[in-house]
Design a protein around this ligand. Structure first.
Ligand code: ADP
Length: 592
């Protein structure tokens, strides 16, 4: 139970440290000053009756305030009482401003830190784990859910601050009249029982909203990503139904939460009044105390109950969004659990080559690569072929440093890949993936990766376009290199996208160029041009090609045939055809 409360507190504390305590300290000050100010109303009330002389009897333990006035030589006059009321409430006002503003500042800081922290951790998340993560959950958590966590932060601290006020008033009431304090505890305890039931319901419903949000975001992502397919195949309707279900699910949960909230707000006042009335009756009838003796304590008591109700309301608001907070904490743990390690040795250039020594790799216990040994000479062109699922992409991803081996080691020159400073290595890799990457930006920025538009860069840009055989197409566009690509830009064909992503890699200053079935979406004429370009790039980079069409890799220095995660044959094109029945069959099939 306590642990549960601490989890939330620790989470906030981990981001904000000492600031949490400043904020709580300010609340404490507000409560104390308010209490002192209130106490000074008692002599004022007593002065209403001209004959009665104000005395300190009704103050109980708070006598020191009156005695303080005496000590300062002010005495208990109308002026001195009014001045001290003013003094305490002005000070309380200042303190309250400081507290309110400090709360806003810490809330901003908290959310800013949280966002930056998570975005950074997501970028440093291991690719292997990323592949298994629900993208709807990631999107929902880092967009909509952040807002709800911000609310969770605000309401949590409002509740804690209200709790502090409850404590302060209780202590003041206790100092003034101990019996009252005992009754407050009982009254508070009883009302809490009622609230606890509602809390539990709210909390469950909140978790449901978060879950519904993930599903909704996931569906929207897919609806956008597969728009054309869904439309062409009549699946749009099915997606609409699924989306409608998830919208209805979320909104019915919201309705439920709204119901509980209305209940909490409505019950608030009658409950406070009931408790106060009951306690006055008990004090006067059972303990035969005069109303005068309990007025101050009653004031504190009333304030305390108000603070308690505020605490309950804020806690309920907190519970409304606690599902999001819980989700954020869990997501943080997931991210922390699979952060990329980093080496210290800077990668400059590939001199000798890449070497696999006895490398094995598996996905969740399912072996995909088995004891692979191979050597790729620097500036050579090698290709991996084999049936789909034989492990080509996985092997290339290992070279790209996206995965860690389970067994064995990969060396770049004589440095084990895990000892490399990651960024220095990744910067020297060009990767042309099966799905071309097109950013929603201008062609120039897409190719140069937001390089400044200097004459040299512009020249380099056009050279890269030419090498990728897309220069003529770009020249023919109205805005040329400033033309926008992506969702809000011009439509380019699959083949053009691939050529653009090839141009981007060629623009970079790289050592290793990886092409994963880069020619799969190209028509045969373009394929021929690209093949020529690959051939012309030969010797400039260490080129690693995952190929389906054997025609594009005829000129490769070495071709590795993969079968069920093992290299079963290697050699140049000619020798492989002679050596391997499997390769011969592949060639025959493709020629048909
Ligand atoms: P290829 O590129 O030769 O088609 P892959 O390297 O993509 O082969 O895949 C090799 C095997 O690993 C396949 O059986 C595939 O299903 C599996 N695999 C690939 N990626 C993952 C992943 N992220 N999680 C689990 N299994 C995977």
């Amino acid at each position: 139970m306590l642990n549960k409360y601490l989890t939330n507190f620790n989470y906030f504390y981990s981001q904000l440290k000492y600031r949490v305590f400043i904020s709580l300290g300010l609340s404490l000050m507000v409560g104390v000053l308010d209490g002192f100010g209130l106490a000074m109303f008692i002599p004022l009330l007593q002065m209403v009756d001209k004959d009665a002389k104000p005395d300190s009897e009704n103050f109980g333990g708070m006598k020191f305030l009156i005695e303080g006035l005496d000590k300062m030589g002010l005495g208990l006059t109308l002026q001195s009482v009014l001045m001290s009321i003013l003094f305490f409430f002005i000070l309380k006002g200042l303190m309250k401003f400081a507290q309110g503003y400090y709360n806003v500042l810490t809330q901003q800081l908290f959310i800013k830190k949280l966002r930056i922290d998570y975005v950074r951790k997501l970028g440093n998340f291991q690719f292997k784990s990323f592949a298994n993560i629900d993208s709807g959950m990631v999107q929902n958590t880092l967009s909509g859910e952040v807002g709800r966590v911000s609310t969770a932060f605000k309401t949590y601290f409002s509740a804690v601050q209200a709790g502090i006020l409850v404590g302060v008033y209780l202590v003041l009431a206790m100092i003034t009249n101990f019996q009252f304090a005992a009754l407050v505890a009982i009254g508070g305890g009883v009302s809490n029982l009622l609230y606890n039931r509602i809390y539990k319901k709210t909390k469950e419903t909140s978790k449901r909203i978060t879950k519904g949000g993930h599903a909704y975001q996931g569906l929207i992502i897919q609806k956008v990503a597969f728009f054309k397919y869904l439309k062409a195949t009549g699946l749009m309707g099915k997606f609409f139904d699924k989306l409608k279900d998830s919208i209805e699910y979320i909104e019915s949960s919201n309705k439920k939460i709204g119901f509980y909230n209305s209940l909490v707000v409505a019950v608030r006042e009658p409950m406070v009044i009931t408790v106060v009335v009951l306690i006055i009756l008990v004090q006067v009838n059972i303990f035969s105390e005069s109303i005068g003796a309990i007025v101050l304590s009653l004031l504190f008591f009333y304030r305390s109950l108000n603070a308690l109700v505020e605490l309950q309301n804020q806690w309920n608001n907190f519970l409304n969004v606690t599902g999001s907070l819980h989700n954020m904490i869990e997501f943080g743990k997931t991210l922390d659990g699979a952060q990329e390690g980093n080496g210290t040795r800077e990668f400059k250039h590939l001199q000798e080559g890449i070497e696999f020594r006895d490398v094995s790799f598996s996905y969740e216990g399912r072996p995909v690569l088995n004891q692979v040994d191979l050597h790729i000479k620097s500036r050579s062109t090698v290709a991996f072929i084999g049936e789909s699922g034989s492990g080509k992409t996985t092997l290339v991803n290992l070279i790209a440093g996206l995965y860690k081996t389970d067994r064995g080691e990969i060396f770049l020159d004589d440095i084990p890949i895990i000892e490399l400073e990651k960024l220095s290595y990744h910067r020297r890799i060009g990767y042309i993936t099966q799905e071309p990457v097109i950013f929603s930006d201008s062609i120039f920025n897409n190719i140069t990766q937001w390089a400044p538009k200097t004459p040299q860069n512009i020249q380099k840009f056009w050279e890269a376009l030419e090498k990728a055989s897309i220069d003529k197409f770009i020249s023919s566009l109205p805005d040329q290199e400033e033309c926008l690509l992506g969702n809000n830009g011009i439509q380019v064909s699959g083949g053009q996208k691939q050529r653009l992503s090839i141009a981007r890699e060629l623009y970079k200053d790289i050592d290793i160029l990886i092409m994963d079935e880069a020619t799969s979406a190209l028509d045969s004429e373009t394929e021929r041009i690209i093949k020529e370009n690959i051939d012309s790039l030969k010797g400039q980079y260490t080129m690693i090609i995952v190929a389906h069409r054997l025609s594009t890799i005829k000129a490769a220095d070495e071709i590795f045939l993969l079968d069920k995660g093992e290299i079963v044959a290697s050699g140049d094109y000619k020798s492989l055809i002679e050596k391997s029945d499997q390769v011969r069959k592949m060639v025959e099939l493709q020629e048909v």
